[in-house]
Design a protein around this ligand. Sequence first.
Ligand code: PLP
Length: 393
Amino acid sequence: MKQLPAALAPPRRVLLGPGPSEVAPSVQGALSHPTLGHLDPWLLAAMDEIRAMLRAALGASSDWTLAASGTGSSGMEAVLANVLEPGDSILVGTCGYFGARIAEIAERHGARVTRAEGEWGRALDPERVRAAAAGKRFQALAVVHAETSTGILQDLAPFRELAGELGALLLVDAVTSLGCVPLDCDAMGIDGLWSCTQKGLSCASGLAPLTLGERARGKVAERARPPSAWYLDLELLTRYWCGEHAYHHTISSNLLYGLHEALRLVLEEGLEPRFERHRRHGRALAAGLEAMGLELLAPEAERMPQLAAVRAPAGLEETRVRRRMLDEHGIEIGGGLGPLKGKLWRIGLMGAGSTPRNVLLALAALRCALAAEGFRPRGDPLEAAGAALVEAP
Ligand SMILES: *Cc1c(COP(=O)(O)O)cnc(C)c1O
């Protein structure tokens, strides 16, 4: 090497995309605590606290509540690979990019997949999903709670009912919902669920909280063969996390410190106040966007509060606006995925990032970037958002 690169000094950005979200200062600090061995008794005790806090945040009484090493997708793969055996049938409701990922992963693990496809930008219609299931038997039904590609929040109750009718396990992608919107695994009858650390929990990415309830554990126990994914084998992972702490892999103690602090912040704030904070700021952002004459993809009743999917007006180069947000204002927002590529902006207000300041900052910067690209906003976004921010809940 001719010249050694300079030590990294990452820029400070305001992370208002679909994740990673802004990391709270105490979480950022926790991530840099001294590294410990993965079998250190001190770390194992901290992991017990993480499991207890995760169970509280998820409303999950199951012992099989832990965090896989990997991002949200590893949680998705862990649940699917353990619950499904080759030849099992799964019904997947898809109305966006991440529903499609569930189907893809299930297929790779040898499951027979039936896709019940809905419209991108609308919630799934449970009747259409029921119709897609007609006459077939399924071991599992999977849906995405908060479809981050379209900004849709899915009501889970009709799918719990459908899973009951089918005798299927209900599996839920809560990657963008944990820490932002109500989630109660026991009360909602969720059999298996996965999430991530870098969205609603506002930690760095790299761990995937997940839980399997009684019925799903029974299904795993009855497997003829262990899952093909050794690294994500939940029997082995639970033996490390909550059993005899047998070595399985070298988990990152630093990520665990971050997750511990992130969960502590969630429970310290209180679940309901935290959800209300997300609702309030989501409403204010939407009011500001609409005041400018922009259109949200999802109808109001189906929107999640922690992420706004906004249509890019025709004739505007979507990527140029995002680039201006980043270069001129230091703000990251997301673009569209799949068929929505080039057509959408996705603005996230997740976890520590869901603040009045970020609502106003995102709107002011977006107005600026849009004006520079020749778009004339209809009304004043800051006035509309300001009014929504001071409204009684
Ligand atoms: C982000 C996301 C994922 C994937 O998570 P990674 O952490 O990027 O692996 C899965 N499902 C949904 C709904 C998501 O928003």
